[in-house]
Design a protein around this ligand. Structure first.
Ligand SMILES: [Cu+2]
Length: 208
């Protein structure tokens, strides 16, 4: 074994890939085999080391892709729509930020896929039950922000003109009291994949 050991290192005179054409010498054959053994793991290593960077490994903790838009002092981030649980309606969630000093409010929303978008609010009654209703406006304080989420303010996207599925995107046109109007592209995500609710999902609005 000791006599063969030096042969394990790549042989300077026979680089890998070179094929010997001379008479079959059992020792050179052994050398070629051992050379291949020694070189192959070295070649494999860079591939292994590079794998974590190049391979797209989905991490569950990663926030999904959501929509953003800005107009004047108002901006919208984290816009998404849960995949509809019923064929004709769903909800929409996002966060509105108001950089102006004066208070503002979201007063109207339209979408090409919806016959009617309503502004909704879910509140908790003194007895602890949650109660949903339509509101005239969703206030956004000056220098502050308002999060539309499951269990709070939200949009009800009613009368869907086409079936929506995860992977689609919906344009929402938001009109504010200040006069700002902005279009935000809200992706449709699986209900459990949404970012803006504590339980990681969307509530059922079929009771509206
Ligand atoms: Cu609602």
């Amino acid at each position: 074994m000791l006599a063969l050991f030096p042969l394990c290192a790549p042989h300077p005179h026979s680089p890998s890939g070179e094929r010997r054409t001379g008479p079959a010498d059992p020792r050179s054959r052994i050398r070629a085999l051992l050379g291949a053994c020694a070189v192959l793991p070295l070649l494999a290593l860079p591939g292994c080391a590079g794998a974590p960077e190049s391979a797209p490994t989905p991490t569950p903790a990663q926030e999904p892709e959501t929509g953003s838009a800005a107009s004047g002092e108002v901006r919208v981030d984290g816009a998404w729509i849960p995949e509809p649980a019923t064929p004709d309606s769903t909800t929409a969630y996002f966060t509105v930020t108001n950089a102006a000093e004066a208070d503002d409010a979201l007063v109207a929303v339209e979408s090409p896929v919806s016959g009617e978008v309503e502004l909704g609010s879910t509140t908790e009654t003194p007895s602890g039950a949650s109660q949903m209703g339509v509101v005239e406006e969703i206030p956004v304080p000056g220098g502050g922000s308002t999060e539309l989420r499951s269990g709070g303010f939200h949009l009800m996207v009613n009368d869907l003109s086409e079936p929506l599925a995860a992977g689609d995107a919906v344009t929402l046109t938001l009109t504010f009291e200040s006069g700002s109007v902005l279009d935000v592209e809200a992706p449709v995500l699986e209900r459990s994949a949404g970012p803006s609710s504590e339980d990681g999902g969307a509530e059922d609005h079929s009771g509206h």
